[in-house]
Design a protein around this ligand. Structure first.
Ligand code: PLP
Length: 381
């Protein structure tokens, strides 16, 4: 049995997604900008898809922009909202590298960035954020859910506070790990920009959407043939958009039930690990997203455990997939974990495709693997 518990890195596309993408490649292959009827048909379908996606977050069609994924969406907002007068951005120290690295790049060009610290639960301090807002603050960019530990940031409270300010401060939320995992609407949260990647919700890779609130003064990201309302030029990724449509549709069906199912699986996983394995530390806070569980196994190197488990067909992650090739998780570092705890950390991330049977089997394999590894380490000493 293959047990895939790395759904925060990416998910397996739903069968319907694959089918729809094949249809786009085989039948609806025309350019949506073409004037003939084949092109017009694709254009019409894309219009409907934009509407479908907009509905899931209570947005208007024209507020949804197709992008290559959240990395592009995050780059777009961070690079194109600032100007000479408004050149300060506030973020957290545990953002995804697509935010942190972009900010490092634009800092070199004179943009000022404030990095908010997080507490031991991986959560920013709201008062600190409020105190950091200055006359030249253009944007606050805070992820909704952290991809490594699953902590949830107080975005409702941030949005509420920003609404009370005399001068507009834009609010960008990286919603990659929260879209379809938390039932929320950007408009109610006073969010101006929301980034989402389709491959995290059983859709294809290389496609996502960016919500841009109407009348936001954002500059275009790509210049060219004026696609995406003139703000993001380039021929549309039609198979990707069709595939994302299916993923969005399915993962929003019975949303509350889906969230409950994933949440129950996570509770089972946590309970079974606590019951069966000693010397661990749960790094995911109590009040966290439904699908992420990060645990440190003392005395064990997470990377060694990951490869041990992979031989038994269990797939997990150390930190996030993007940063896992670098040394030590910046998120766990910021949460003040010891080097042993950081080294021994494993992230389990679930989806509604997982089953209870898989969880029980995974913990059985995990228990045996940890026993083996701890025994080998003891003998070496
Ligand atoms: N933001 C978060 C929180 C993520 O987890 C990821 C991917 O892991 C991204 C952004 C980047 O998404 P993509 O690689 O699809 O552009």
């Amino acid at each position: 049995m293959e047990i895939y518990l790395d759904n925060s890195s990416t998910t397996k596309p739903y069968k319907e997604v694959v089918k729809k993408m094949i249809y786009a490649l085989e039948v609806d292959y025309a350019n949506p900008s073409s004037l003939h009827k084949k092109g017009v048909q694709v254009e019409k379908n894309i219009k409907n898809i934009r509407q479908n996606i907009a509905r899931t977050i209570g947005a208007k069609d024209k507020e949804i922009f197709f992008v290559s994924g959240a990395t592009e969406a995050n780059n777009w907002i961070l690079k194109k909202i600032v100007n000479k007068r408004k050149n300060h951005i506030i973020t957290s120290s545990i953002e995804h590298p697509s935010v942190l690295q972009t900010l490092k790049d634009i800092e070199k060009e004179g943009i000022e960035v404030t990095y908010l610290k997080v507490d031991k639960n991986g959560i920013i301090n709201l008062e600190e954020l409020k105190n950091c807002i200055k006359e030249n603050t253009a944007l606050i960019s805070i992820m909704h859910v952290n991809n490594e530990v699953g902590s949830i940031q107080p975005i409702l409270e941030i949005g509420k506070h920003l609404k009370t300010l005399k001068e507009k401060v834009y609010f960008h939320v990286d919603g990659v790990q929260s879209y379809t995992k938390i039932n929320f609407r950007p408009s109610k949260y006073n969010i101006d920009f929301l980034s989402v990647s389709a491959h995290k919700i059983h859709g294809p890779k290389g496609i996502g959407f960016l919500y841009i609130k109407e009348n936001s003064n954002i500059k275009p990201f790509f210049s060219g043939g004026s696609q995406e309302f003139g703000l993001r030029s380039g021929t549309e990724n039609v198979p990707g958009i069709y595939g994302m449509d299916e993923a969005v549709r399915i993962s929003n069906e019975n949303l509350e039930q889906r969230i409950k199912k994933i949440s129950d699986l996570k509770e089972l996983l946590k309970k079974e690990i606590i019951k069966n394995i000693e010397n661990i530390k749960i790094n995911t806070p109590e009040n966290s997203v439904c699908h992420i569980l990060n645990i440190s196994f003392y005395g064990i190197k997470g990377e060694v455990l990951l490869h041990y488990l992979e031989q038994k067909n269990v797939y997990v992650s150390t930190g996030s997939a993007c940063s896992s090739k670098k040394k030590g998780s910046h998120v766990l570092n910021e949460m003040n974990l010891s080097s042993d705890e950081i080294e021994g950390a494993i992230r389990f991330s679930l989806s509604d495709s997982n089953t209870e049977e898989e969880i029980i089997e995974a913990v059985k394999i995990l228990k045996e693997s940890i026993k083996d590894l701890r025994f080998i380490i003891k003998r070496k000493r």
